[in-house]
Design a binder for this molecule. Structure first.
Ligand SMILES: [Zn+2]
Length: 272
């Protein structure tokens, strides 16, 4: 299998006039090939709409993923039920959309120790993993995102440990978040080395530049700020032949996704 790179925006293209399918048409014009459907404020799509949108994406060769609602906290037992439901509703839509990864931020440490929070998230993921099997939702992965604030659960090590222990879990590497959490440092080589233990056939990722404080992430900013540097990441991906989907979370969405695509082309990769 040749190396496959997918790049696209987090949500509908800013330059698209109508809804999700119009956004796909715009992606085709821009020669981009992925989009994350945003359920961040709620799962707004019905299953039948998901099927329709999914068929259109398939015809146009657009790789889909979903971002589940922000209001999720698997660390806190009081929020657990509602959180799991939001993720499982997203997984059901993902199944109908043909989307492979349902991305979510696992939660906040709150008063818990790091190891207590980890145990809680592992238990919750095991529950959801069983539900996926029970509902026969195949080819949909629980995508645990590396988070940007130090108060949030989700260092790279925590996420990898869960993915090692629980079926149907995959890491979502948000490079900007890792950079912000590390106070403006990132070692791409080390990240790919760590992820290798999972022997995953693909990797789902988020990218943008980012502003941060000593507490971590402040806000996502355009890729041109080079914080972190995309070219170095692209080189590492090509060198390691990682089958990767990169979702652009900069405020400029498809414009910056195109910049990222151009950098890959500049380095010799050909999008078909
Ligand atoms: Zn992200």
């Amino acid at each position: 299998m040749p190396l496959k790179i997918h790049i696209g925006p987090a949500g509908n293209c800013i330059s698209a006039r109508g809804g999700t399918i119009d956004s796909f048409k715009r992606l085709i014009e821009l020669n981009l090939n992925a989009q994350e459907i945003e359920f961040v404020r709620g799962v707004w799509m019905t299953n039948s709409m998901a099927q329709r949108v999914g068929n259109a994406a398939k015809e146009m060769g657009i790789k889909l993923s979903i971002h589940a609602p922000y209001y999720i906290n698997l660390c806190n037992p009081e929020k657990l039920r509602a959180s799991e439901k939001r993720i499982m509703d997203s997984c059901e839509r993902a199944y109908h959309l043909g989307a492979r990864v349902v991305v979510f931020h696992p939660g906040y440490y709150g008063k818990l120790s790091e190891s207590e929070a980890l145990e809680n998230v592992i238990d919750a993921c095991k529950e959801m993993s069983k539900t996926l099997d029970k509902k026969r939702i195949r080819n949909v992965f629980l995508g645990l995102e590396t988070t940007g604030k130090k108060s949030q659960f989700g260092t790279l090590d925590e996420i990898i440990e869960i993915c090692e222990k629980v079926k149907h879990c995959t890491p979502v590497i948000d490079f900007a978040h890792i950079y912000a959490r590390n106070g403006g440092k990132i070692d791409y080589k080390k990240i790919f080395d760590k992820v290798k233990v999972l022997r995953s056939k693909f990797l789902h990722a988020h990218f943008s530049s980012i502003e941060f404080t000593d507490k971590g992430e402040k806000r996502h900013i355009p890729v041109s700020n080079n914080e972190p540097d995309f070219r170095e990441l692209a080189k590492e991906i090509l060198k390691r032949e990682v089958d990767i989907t990169i979702i652009c979370e900069s405020p400029l969405l498809e414009k910056d996704a195109s910049i990222m695509k151009n950098i890959f082309e500049d380095l010799g990769y050909k999008f078909d």
